[in-house]
Write a protein that binds this ligand. Structure first.
Ligand code: FMN
Length: 278
């Protein structure tokens, strides 16, 4: 399956079918953890598969999602050391795994807020210097989405995405970049636009500089980004954006990579995250 197709197909699934995930699929997920364990910022991401089949009912009860997720029996947990760039790397790596899971017919849902972080962390054996910014259920989507699934989607306005003109800009940081002007990068930018983000806030901004290089910026919403201590939910969003951009660009035969430590023109209200270099 093409990267764009996976990106278009992925959506947050909050109601799951009771049908268990087969052992060979679980094995494949564990393999993906190995294949996607470092990101552009060079930090290591640790993953674990939490299988309710292996837990006793009391433990399962402690692993709540505040009613957000129904029927899931399997979760991917992700942890990083609390060092600069690590949460960007986690967003990048986990989204690549999520897109592979999507291609396998599995549903997922990034959870950065509505889950019992301390109970899940205990299951992961989280070290003192580690953070567990997010988890995702993984399983077969229920045939018909439960009411709370539909309510959650409407609440987060999940199907709405900002138009190109609010996200992508020319070198001055103000003039919108059109799809035509983006040329071979059209899909890469569209892939960013279709990405999931915390509360669907879509904090990614991309500026193409005079040399034709693409800079990724964060337009921070401090309330969302800093709601959970040292966790930065919008850094996860930016990591997801980097994964989407890269996967779509590769499909166009564009060789390049994200360079975190590049100099950039400072833009008011925006935090520079990385530069895409061919
Ligand atoms: C970093 C991050 C954290 C999220 N946290 C939650 C969460 O705690 N609970 C939840 O129900 N959805 C959560 N979401 C899912 C978003 O609401 C969802 O991605 C967005 O509304 C877009 O919908 P879509 O994923 O169906 O395209 C999160 C998404 C991201 C990327």
């Amino acid at each position: 399956m093409k990267a764009m197709e996976k990106i278009q197909r992925r959506r947050s699934v909050r109601s799951y079918d009771p049908r268990p995930v087969e052992p060979e699929i679980k094995e494949r997920l564990r393999q993906l953890f190995q294949e996607h364990n470092t990101g552009p910022f060079g930090t290591a991401v640790r993953f674990a598969l939490l299988d309710f089949e292996e837990l006793d009912p009391r433990e399962i009860k402690s692993l709540g999602t505040y009613g957000m997720v129904r029927g899931a029996r399997l979760y991917i947990l992700a942890a990083v050391k609390d060092v600069p760039g690590s949460q960007l790397d986690l967003g990048y790596c986990l989204e690549k795994i999520i897109l592979e899971a999507t291609a396998m017919g599995l549903g997922t849902c990034w959870l950065g807020g509505t889950f019992r972080r301390s109970s899940f962390a205990r299951q992961m054996g989280l070290a003192e210097d580690e953070l567990m910014p997010a988890v995702t259920p993984v399983g077969y989507p229920a045939e018909s989405a439960a009411l709370q699934d539909r309510v959650a989607r409407v609440g987060a306005r999940s199907t709405q995405r900002k138009p190109w003109s609010e996200l992508f800009f020319s070198a001055d940081g103000k003039t919108p970049l059109t799809e035509n002007e983006a040329g071979a990068y059209r899909d890469a930018l569209e892939a960013v636009r279709l990405g999931p983000s915390a509360k669907n806030r879509q904090p990614w901004r991309i500026v193409r500089d005079e040399k034709g290089r693409y800079h990724l910026y964060l337009k921070e919403d401090r309330i969302i980004n800093r709601a959970f201590g040292k966790i930065r939910l919008q850094h996860l969003d930016m990591g997801i954006a980097m994964a989407h951009f890269e996967l779509a660009a590769r499909e166009w035969g564009i060789e390049g990579r994200w360079e975190p430590r590049a100099a950039a023109v400072p833009l008011p209200g925006l935090e520079h995250i990385a530069l895409w270099e061919e």
